[in-house]
Write a protein that binds this ligand. Structure first.
Ligand code: SF4
Length: 208
């Protein structure tokens, strides 16, 4: 089966399994997703959501983050790890949005990556969820599953993104990546994938 054809089958299976899908991170505005995305580096989404509940209750605007005391942010976000760097990045990003972008979150991947600590993965997340443009979030689940099923043969995130952008229908790509996160947690888990009960098994190279 050709890769494009296989991707369409996988999309269809995952849509049936997860008809309604959304980002695991909780946020109410674009900059909140940016902050949650920064905190999610090397930290589970559940923990990020616990931390941002307190963080977003205390700091309610972009300006309040830009003017926050770094030690106070550090204290709240400590459970997410790498807290000193993340606190500086959060304050720096919010200040940069105000100073350089007129208070508006940039709406393209390249400019978003100019914000401190914002990499391609979080930039794609913002592009897809905030600006509703086609995005490909290449996180650990996406890379693992795409390699196992035989859609990609590389673990380099930028290469996986490039290949998926060529294969995925643009209108499906953002939700496809969200679905892979759930599927990667529930079925195609990292250590012992549940292949015997997996709906993708007939398309999966790992079992061929
Ligand atoms: S068959 Fe196994 S390896 Fe392939 S997608 Fe399903 S769980 Fe993952």
């Amino acid at each position: 089966m050709k890769r494009k054809e296989k991707v369409l089958k996988i999309i269809s299976v995952l849509k049936k399994r997860y008809p309604e899908i959304k980002c695991m991170l909780k946020y109410k505005s674009g900059y909140e997703l940016m902050i949650a995305g920064r905190l999610s580096s090397q930290c589970k989404d559940e923990r990020v959501n616990m931390v941002t509940r307190e963080l977003f209750a205390k700091y309610k605007t972009l300006e309040s983050f830009a003017n926050a005391k770094v030690e106070e942010i550090e204290e709240i976000i400590k459970p997410c790890g790498l807290f000193r760097m993340k606190a500086r990045d959060i304050i720096g990003s919010c200040a940069m949005i105000i100073k350089d972008f007129g208070g508006e979150l940039p709406s393209d991947i390249e400019t978003l990556q100019k914000l401190p600590g914002i990499g391609r993965k979080t930039a794609n997340l913002i592009i897809g969820d905030v600006f509703k443009k086609p995005s490909v979030v290449c996180d650990t689940h996406c890379i693992r599953i795409m390699n196992r099923v035989g859609i990609c043969k590389t673990t380099a995130p930028t290469k996986v993104e490039k290949e998926l952008r060529l294969l995925l229908p643009p209108e499906e790509s953002t939700d496809f990546c969200h679905r892979l996160v759930f599927f990667g947690r529930e079925v195609c888990v990292a250590r012992k994938p549940r292949c015997l009960t997996c709906e993708l098994s007939i398309y999966c190279d790992k079992l061929l």
